[in-house]
Design a protein around this ligand. Structure first.
Ligand code: ADP
Ligand code: MG
Length: 240
């Protein structure tokens, strides 16, 4: 079976709520969709519709509550911590909305550290860090720490870090939000390159029409419900 036919994520009636004091907030009410390996998916929907929550579930950052998600056929509910850590380390590249860079490390060290955790040898780490920093146009800023860089530059370091891992999936939470139009388009073309060269699956939340245009598949959220999954047969809607 070719890679492109494999179902990577299979989400079935996913429900998620936050507990805020005595208040329960329903972030996801019934979310059902499938994502195939190699897909380029845009997760869209207004602010508060559950995009970040869903990415956090797909990225194994939040634990599953009700419903389930299968990743490469494995139920996320059944994975132990060690198995989840392995997936986070080797298969998933997460680009957080607020970057989550280590403030005491330089741009280059931030990237290398992740590769070190993957067990890559020094030579390969140096090479990949260089290539990814060059690809986002920040090689000359490699010795700077996050606080010495602008928001847009930090965003690009976080993107370079995820790309350097060569993950199977990139999960990106509004990755172009702090970039100008031109830089945003350059970043999208880097994602596309990873998709074409290594079959990287891209799942990106965004309001940006430019990002939406890049993505073949679209999952739309409204108030925690999947209202449309455009493109194709594997659509499953749960509009109540
Ligand atoms: P989006 O990324 O589409 O803006 P979110 O997933 O951040 O949506 O939020 C979905 C809902 O969950 C919103 O009502 C939001 O206020 C709420 N929410 C998100 N994170 C938390 C949290 N840590 N604690 C409580 N409520 C939260
Ligand atoms: Mg969000």
């Amino acid at each position: 079976m070719s890679q492109s036919n494999q179902i990577l994520y299979d989400a079935d009636k996913v429900h998620f709520q936050y507990q805020l004091g005595h208040q329960r907030i329903e972030a996801l009410r019934e979310v059902t969709f499938q994502i195939k390996a190699g897909d380029l998916v845009c997760l869209s929907g207004p602010s508060g519709s559950g995009k970040s929550t869903l990415l956090n579930l797909l990225g194994l950052i939040e634990p599953m509550q009700t419903g389930n998600i299968f990743f490469q056929g494995h139920s996320l509910k059944k994975l132990n911590e060690n198995q989840k850590n392995q997936l986070r380390k080797f298969e998933l590249g997460f680009i957080f909305q607020h970057f989550h860079l280590f403030p005491v490390l330089t741009a280059e060290e931030n990237i290398e550290y992740f590769l070190f955790r993957q067990g890559l040898p020094k030579k390969e780490r140096v090479l990949r860090a260089k290539k990814s920093l060059e690809s986002v146009g920040l090689w000359s800023h490699r010795h700077k720490k996050p606080l010495e860089m602008s928001g847009g530059q930090r965003q690009r370091i976080a993107i370079a870090r995820a790309l350097a891992k060569h993950p199977k999936v990139i999960l990106a939470d509004e990755p172009t939000a702090s970039l100008d139009q031109k830089t945003g388009a350059e970043i999208m073309s880097l994602f596309l390159q990873a998709n074409q060269e290594r079959g990287t699956t891209l799942i990106v939340s965004s309001h940006d029409p430019m990002v939406v245009n890049y993505c073949k598949n679209k999952i739309n959220l409204r108030d925690g419900l999947t209202v449309v999954q455009q493109e194709s047969h594997h659509v499953s809607t749960s509009c109540h």
